[in-house]
Design a protein around this ligand. Structure first.
Ligand code: SF4
Ligand code: SF4
Length: 503
């Protein structure tokens, strides 16, 4: 819907961006730091013309959102921008280790790098892991998260064990704080390994794509039920946490649902499965094209509009459950709402400016090659080393971080400089992915109107602002932004990484 900015005649305005919501009646106006006001079209016209009476309810909304110039407001905006940009001063804190390319399951949407369970020469060796830790501990970040991924990382458990023990030792010696996160289908774990993970504070993230039929259709495991196996392990983790007296509200396996074409028709059933499992969070992940062959995409993929129709149904079902007293939220919406409704920044690598590539995270292949992020590694698995920025066997942290690829991705993901994003009302809550753009469009910078990732993010933001206008819904959605401190279990709760990195 086209909507032109009325002539600006009010000299007392702070810099702002605006968007007419679908339906054409309400306008979202945001400031540089993400504070916002929702105005009717008429109120918006009066706001920019300077004819909004001081005692009008909308005038209070624009003042509270810092959209009207005042000495105090400017100081607040600067402080909010500084808080939102703190990640720029930290250095890479998230380090993703690909312990193996082997996997015992074969998901229908899996990327090209996966190898069969018995494949040889695709496990990270202990010697390579030690070199990886040299680079990790050279990062200036005082907090380091080591995230184990694969393949199925627990198939190389001895190296996982080595990294946890050795990193803990180096953390004590260096004064840095180290956190561990495991992304796994859980099926290869036995009791001894579960005990090790729980005793060493390793946060665990797994996948449940929905009810058994949907999950097992997506995540193939010879003739066995992957759904049943994952649920059995989750139960074992529950028992292990309970045995140690840990609060079940804080100690639990994080779950993620990857949305395939088959999921699109059943958002309510997917959410209900999470409720049945006692999960308080549904993390919906749309498919991305990294490393996925064209044939697979044709069978499993979908358009942004199809995904958004699914997402709206899932979201509204969750809200209906909340109204009936069921405690559950959607993770991507919760992250966006945290930025929209609070001053906190969840520092989610894919939804920040610039994105986390190189400056917030690094990914290490099983062979010691270093990438800007795991998605960059997946592109390398397709035969294109564009996002490889070093090798732990051949160089140190300084060589890696100074690689021109890191600078290129910073520039390409800086929303404030990108056509399309720099004047988008949702820029304070958003982020672009140069690796996605490169895979989809052959360029680090997207051509916006066709970019599905942008359309999905814009559609989700539209949905949130539409719902925030509904009577009584804001307090309910505000509850989604409350993060409980899980440090008693994991020493400190770290944000899980990109939606595209959990299996
Ligand atoms: S990616 Fe799309 S939604 Fe996000 S800031 Fe850019 S134009 Fe806006
Ligand atoms: S947004 Fe894209 S390029 Fe940036 S860190 Fe995430 S996956 Fe990598």
């Amino acid at each position: 819907m086209s909507f032109e900015l009325p002539e600006v005649r009010n000299p007392g305005l702070m810099p702002f961006r605006f968007r007419l919501l679908p339906g054409g009646r309400a306008v979202v106006v945001t400031d540089l730091a993400g504070r916002f006001a929702i105005l009717s079209r008429e109120e918006f016209g009066d706001f920019v013309a300077g004819t909004l009476p001081d005692d009008h309810p909308a005038a209070a909304r624009v003042r509270n959102a810092g959209l009207v110039r005042s000495a105090e407001g400017e100081t607040d905006t600067v402080a909010a921008l500084r808080r939102r940009s703190e990640h720029l001063m930290r250095g890479p804190g998230l380090h993703i280790l690909i312990l193996t390319l082997r996997c015992n399951q074969a998901c229908v949407y899996c990327h090209a790098s996966r190898k069969g369970e018995g494949a040889e020469g695709v496990d990270m060796s202990q010697q390579t892991a030690a070199r990886v830790l040299d680079v990790v501990f050279a990062s200036p970040s005082p907090d380091l998260t080591l995230e184990f991924q694969g393949g199925e990382p627990t198939l190389n458990f001895e190296v996982l064990r080595f990294v946890v023990e050795e990193a803990s030792r180096r953390a004590s010696a260096s004064g840095k704080r180290v956190f561990f996160s495991l992304v796994s289908n859980l099926s290869p774990l036995d009791q001894e390994k579960i005990d090790f993970l729980v005793d060493h504070g390793v946060m665990v993230c797994s996948s449940i794509d929905g009810p058994a039929a949907l999950h097992d259709r997506n995540r193939r495991w010879s003739s066995r039920s992957a759904h049943q196996a994952t649920l059995a392990r989750i139960e074992e983790f529950r028992r292990a946490y309970a045995k140690r007296g840990l609060d079940p509200e804080l100690a639990f396996v994080n779950l993620l649902a990857t949305v395939s074409r088959a999921s699109l028709a059943q958002p309510e059933a997917l959410v209900d499965e999470y409720v049945r499992l006692g999960s308080k969070v549904v993390h919906l992940r749309s498919l991305n094209p990294f490393g996925m062959g064209k044939k697979i995409w044709a069978k499993e993929g979908y358009t942004a509009e199809e995904y958004l129709a699914f997402y709206r149904r899932a979201f509204d079902h969750i809200v209906k459950l909340n109204r009936a007293g069921v405690e559950i939220m959607e993770k991507i919406a919760a992250l966006a709402l945290t930025r929209i409704l609070t001053d906190d920044d969840p520092n989610y690598m894919d939804l920040r400016s610039p994105c986390g590539a190189g400056i917030g995270q690094l990914a290490y292949g099983y062979d010691g090659k270093v990438y800007t992020c795991d998605e960059g590694r997946m592109v390398a698995a397709m035969g294109d080393p564009m996002f490889c920025i070093g090798d732990v066997q051949a160089g140190g942290y300084a060589d890696i971080i100074r690689h021109p690829g890191v600078r290129s991705l910073c520039v390409a993901s800086c929303l404030e400089c990108l056509p399309g994003c720099s004047d988008c009302a949702y820029a304070p809550y958003c982020g672009v992915c140069p690796v996605y753009n490169y895979v989809q469009e052959g360029d680090l910078v997207a051509r916006w109107p066709q970019n599905d990732r942008c359309r999905i993010q814009m559609g989700i933001a539209d949905l949130l602002f539409e719902r925030l206008q509904e009577p009584g819904l804001e307090p309910l959605l505000r509850r989604w932004t409350i993060n409980r401190d899980r440090s008693s279990v994991y020493r400190r709760m770290m944000p899980l990484t990109t939606p595209v990195t959990c299996p």
